[in-house]
Design a protein around this ligand. Structure first.
Ligand code: FMN
Length: 302
C-alpha cells in the first residue's frame, strides 16, 4: 500500500516530495536520476526564452543561518532545455517546467514550449528575489496579468511560485488564483545580503541574494498556513528549509499537499528516501492511510 500518494488538482503524484527549481534539474540525465532516487516529481531550473549566463561570481555564499544565492537564473534557454526535458518526459518522469521571462509574451512562449514536450505542469517563477521577475510577485496587478496570460495559453496546470518578500502573501496568492492558478508554491528564497567586514564590500556580485535552508522554514510554514487559512482553495506546495521527515510533516500539517526540497539535496540524494521512509513510518504508527488525513490538521487544533 502506498501511504504517500498525493494530488495537486489533476496532477497525481506517487509521493509528495518534489525537487525544487534551481537545485539540479537542468539536464535529462540529472532529472531522471532525481526521479530514480525517489522524487515524486522534478521541477526544472527556471528557464527563459534565450539562454542566460547569470551573474558574475561570487553567486553563492554560505552563512551560519543558510545559503545565500544570487545566481541570476543562469539557464540554457528553452530551445536546449526543452530537448533535455523531452527526453526525461519520454521515459515517464513527471517534470514541472519552471518558467520566467522578461515580458508576458516570453512567459507564454516558454510555457507553451514546455507543454509541447510533455511536462505535467508549469511553475511560474515570479518570485526570485535577485531578478526582475521577482517584482511581478510583489505586485497584485502584475501577478494577475502574467498568470492570466499564461493560463489562457496552455492547457496543462499552471502553478505559481510566491515570494515571502511581501507584506501580505495572501493578497498575492488570491490574485494568482483569481487569474486561474491551479496550485501555488510557497516560498521562494528570502531576500538578504552579506558584507565582507574586511573590505566593506557586499560579498555577492549582485549585492542581494536569496536565503534558503533551515533558517527560512518557520517563515515558509507560516506562509503555507496563512494561505491555507484564507479563501484560497487551490493546492499548496510547501518549500523552504526541509531537510527531514518532520520538516515535511510540518508543511503538510500547515496545509501543503506536497513539498519541495532544495538546499538539503546538496548533502546527498539519500535525503529523499529518508524523508519518505520517515513519513511512511509516521503514517503506520498513527494508523493513517492517506496523506489527506494529515493535510491542514494544525488548523483544526486551534
Ligand atoms: C542555488 C539555488 C538556486 C535556485 N534557483 C531557483 C530557480 O532557478 N528558480 C526558482 O524558482 N527557485 C530557485 N531557487 C529557490 C528554491 O527552489 C527554493 O524555493 C528555496 O531554495 C527554498 O527551499 P530550500 O530551503 O529547500 O532550498 C534556488 C535555490 C537555490 C539554493
Amino acid at each position: 500500500m502506498n501511504f504517500l500518494e498525493t494530488a495537486l488538482g489533476s496532477i497525481k503524484l506517487d509521493n509528495p516530495l518534489i525537487i525544487a527549481s534551481g537545485v539540479l534539474g537542468t539536464t535529462a540525465e540529472g532529472i531522471k536520476l532525481l526521479y530514480e532516487k525517489g522524487a515524486g516529481a522534478v521541477v526544472t531550473k527556471t528557464t527563459t526564452l534565450s539562454s542566460k549566463p547569470g551573474y558574475a561570481n561570487p553567486t553563492v555564499v554560505s552563512t551560519p543561518s543558510g545559503l545565500l544565492n544570487s545566481m541570476g537564473l543562469p539557464n540554457p534557454g528553452i530551445e536546449e532545455m526543452s530537448r533535455e526535458v523531452a527526453s526525461a518526459c519520454c521515459e515517464g518522469v513527471p517534470v514541472i517546467g519552471s518558467v520566467a521571462g522578461s515580458s508576458i509574451s516570453e512567459f507564454i512562449e516558454v510555457a507553451k514550449r514546455f507543454e509541447d514536450v510533455g511536462v505535467i505542469g508549469v511553475e511560474l517563477n515570479i518570485s526570485c528575489p535577485h531578478e526582475r521577475v521577482g517584482l511581478i510577485g510583489q505586485d497584485c496587478r502584475l501577478t494577475y496579468q502574467v498568470v492570466k496570460s499564461v493560463k489562457d495559453s496552455v492547457k496543462i496546470p499552471v502553478i505559481v511560485k510566491l515570494t515571502p518578500n511581501v507584506t501580505n502573501i495572501v493578497e498575492i496568492a488570491l490574485e494568482a488564483v483569481k487569474a486561474g492558478a491551479d496550485a501555488l508554491t510557497a516560498i521562494n528564497t528570502v531576500k538578504g545580503m552579506v558584507i565582507d567586514v574586511n573590505t566593506g564590500y557586499p560579498i555577492l556580485s549582485n549585492k542581494f541574494g536569496g536565503l534558503s535552508g533551515p533558517a527560512i522554514k518557520p517563515i515558509a510554514v507560516r506562509c503555507v498556513y496563512e494561505i491555507y487559512a484564507s479563501e484560497v482553495k487551490v493546492p499548496i506546495i510547501g518549500v523552504g528549509g526541509i531537510s527531514n521527515w518532520r520538516d515535511a510533516l510540518e508543511f503538510l500539517m500547515a496545509g501543503a499537499c506536497a513539498v519541495q526540497i532544495g538546499t538539503s539535496l546538496m548533502k546527498g540524494y539519500q535525503v529523499i528516501e529518508k524523508i519518505k521512509k520517515g513519513l511512511t513510518g509516521y503514517m503506520k504508527k498513527n494508523k493513517l492511510k492517506k496523506l489527506n488525513q494529515i493535510i491542514g490538521i494544525s488548523h483544526k487544533r486551534c
